[in-house]
Write a protein that binds this ligand. Structure first.
Ligand code: MV4
Length: 457
């Protein structure tokens, strides 16, 4: 049985885990870097241990120090959050070796699905649609060119170890293929220490829709609906929502069944995400699996009325999933705006620093997940997420109106944030119409900077 959970993370997600543990009567042990001494999760956890200096490489990525802290603090489980060590099969193995429960899937499942080529092959094997492309890794550039020509341009070259857009290259014609292939391979080798790449047909202007899955150690697997994550910039999600306005009930059912099947077949346990691309025709393709809790899990929680982090802790504790697929119903429409300490008018440059003033939104249908408070200093060492505003409504329209209202109440002084940008998105007619694709942000930013230029004249 689990008694004390070490939280191997920081920021809003560390706080999210502290909250779930507290509600379940589990003790919490925060670990933190020297830059996070004054952070909220450190103050709110039952205990806290400093594990190193500010750079993540010297603290949040140091498996030995985290496991040392677990030993000293008497923690019997580790929650990795997202990022850092959350998708490290080696770390999950090290936890196992120390007899500490890693709250997440087995090292084998992490390793299998973390290899995008193996994940793709697995999906294909079990009859889940994948994007037409190479069977495995392509090591020879000429072989790559031959295959790309056969598939038909445009194609996309992806790295097996990658994810989130790193080491990806889109190629529009045969003339530019060889150069792009070699660049992708070099980039992958440099970024991940693994130069394996594969090729897929490039789906133009797709919808990015992901299914939340939940599996226990007794063979029960369900999905908790989808999230539409099409609103991104440079592979960074900005606004997510559930349910997707692009899916009808028959497509939703087909994709949900595919997500569950793949989760079953890879021997999964815990919470996970099956990512799909959906094209204009409504054809869907599996692209990758995330073997962790995600930033945007909150929209699923609010739309479906399920505490995913509590379930994650329960199934890690060996408890049986009592939720059945037929009980999973979408109750509300939920939208999340990610608020980053960044300057949208200066190419989204990070803006860490002192928070002079801080007032969070609240009221009916508004949830705020943030570790920030007035007088807090946002350290420059980590990602720039400072909070997530989640608005729910009976309808999408109501959720959008409520989100606009909430963003108007969100007052942050001393640093630049993406709050004004999110406000503009909520007012945008194209966004309000629904069914946007991954192309939205590009045209949105062009539109809004053009009006700015006109104003200057
Ligand atoms: C693609 C694609 C088109 N075709 N794969 C980007 C992040 C990574 N997880 C997968 N990505 C893409 N893969 C094929 N075969 C287009 C993207 C993509 C994208 C995906 C989701 C959200 C935004 C995106 C923006 C540009 C490209």
């Amino acid at each position: 049985m689990m008694h004390k959970v070490l939280i191997a993370n920081r920021g809003e997600i560390a706080l999210r885990v502290v909250r779930a543990c507290r509600e379940m009567g589990l003790k919490t042990l925060a670990v933190y870097s020297e830059a996070d001494v004054h952070s909220l999760p450190v103050q709110l956890a039952d205990e806290a241990i400093c594990i190193g200096s500010a750079p993540a490489s010297q603290s949040y990525l140091k498996a030995d120090r985290i496991l040392g802290a677990a030993e000293i603090g008497g923690a019997d489980a580790v929650h990795p959050g997202y990022g850092f060590l959350a998708e490290s099969a080696t770390f999950a193995e090290q936890c196992e070796a120390c007899r500490i429960k890693f709250i997440g899937p087995s090292p084998q499942a992490i390793r299998l699905m973390g290899d995008k080529i193996a994940a793709r092959q697995m999906a294909h094997k079990v009859g889940v649609p994948t994007v037409p492309g190479s069977e495995g890794a392509i090591s020879d550039e000429n072989e790559g060119l031959k295959l790309a020509t056969k598939i038909g341009f445009p194609v996309i070259i992806k790295s097996a170890a990658g994810g989130g857009g790193k080491g990806m290259r889109t190629v529009w014609n045969a003339a530019t293929f060889l150069k792009a292939f070699l660049l992708a391979r070099t980039e992958a080798e440099k970024a991940f220490g693994d130069g394996s790449v594969y090729i897929e047909k490039f789906i133009e202007d797709p919808h990015h829709i992901e299914f939340q899955v939940l599996a226990d150690a007794h063979g029960h697997v369900i999905h908790v609906g989808e999230r539409d994550c099409s609103l991104q910039r440079n592979y960074q999600k900005l606004v997510e929502e559930a349910p997707s306005t692009f899916l009808n009930s028959s497509l939703r059912e087909k994709m949900g069944k595919a997500a569950v099947k793949l989760t079953e077949k890879c021997g999964y346990e815990g919470v996970g995400t099956i990512e799909f691309l959906v094209d204009k025709e409504g054809d869907f393709y599996f692209i990758e699996m995330n073997t962790r809790l995600q930033v945007e899990h909150t929209v699923t929680e609010e739309a479906m009325g399920i505490d995913l982090v509590q379930w994650q802790l329960r199934v890690a504790n060996g408890e049986e999933l009592t939720l059945r697929q037929k009980d999973i119903k979408c109750r509300r429409h939920a939208i999340e705006c990610r608020i980053n300490a960044e300057d949208p008018d200066n190419n989204f440059m990070p803006c860490p620093g002192h928070v002079d003033f801080y007032h969070e939104p609240g009221g009916y249908g508004v949830r705020m997940d943030s570790h920030v408070y007035a007088d807090y200093v946002i350290p420059p060492y980590y990602d720039s997420l400072i909070g997530k505003v989640i608005a729910t409504g009976e309808t999408r329209e109501e959720a959008i109106i409520r989100m606009s209202r909430a963003l108007g109440e969100y007052l942050v002084g001393g640093i630049k944030t993406t709050i004004p940008l999110c406000k503009k998105i909520m007012l945008d007619p194209t966004y309000r119409a629904g069914g946007i694709t991954t192309h939205f942000m590009k045209t949105f930013l062009q539109r809004t900077t053009e009006t700015k230029k006109k104003k200057k004249k």
